[in-house]
Write a protein that binds this ligand. Structure first.
Ligand code: ZN
Length: 134
């Protein structure tokens, strides 16, 4: 008789507490009893830590996003273009050298769990993927 899997988002990662592999329910009592109503708290934390962190970059959020990027030890500064006869900030440049990324206003800056940065252009964002700036 197959277990009917409840869907917990944290099942995407293995559980550090009971060692249950990704995709399988947590277990109790030394692996003899599947936990159908919840997962271990450590698994929920492990799942959260594996999610990318995102920031919507706008003229209103750029300073807070800059501070958040700096807190990861990554250099960020305004990205400027020549607009209407003057140099104007149009987004945030993150990192330096060939790995740098530029998030223009309206884009979403993404920090992946492995420390890599990327940008989701404004045009590609489903509403559910945007988050408030932290
Ligand atoms: Zn577990």
């Amino acid at each position: 008789m197959p277990d009917r899997l409840a869907h917990f988002p944290a099942l995407a990662v293995a559980c550090p507490t009971c060692q249950s592999p990704a995709g399988q329910l947590c277990t109790s009592h030394f692996g003899t009893r599947p936990r159908r109503s919840d997962v271990h708290q450590a698994r929920t934390r492990a799942h959260a830590a594996a999610q990318p962190t995102t920031w919507l970059v706008t003229p209103q959020t750029i300073n807070a996003v800059d501070d958040a990027v700096d807190a990861y030890g990554t250099y960020a500064k305004g990205y400027f273009e020549f607009v209407d006869g003057r140099t104007t900030v149009v987004g945030l440049r993150v990192g330096s050298g060939p790995d740098r990324v530029v998030a223009r206003f309206g884009d979403t800056l993404v920090r992946h769990p492995n420390g890599r940065w990327s940008v989701r252009p404004a045009a590609d964002q489903p509403d559910t993927e945007t988050e408030a700036t932290r």
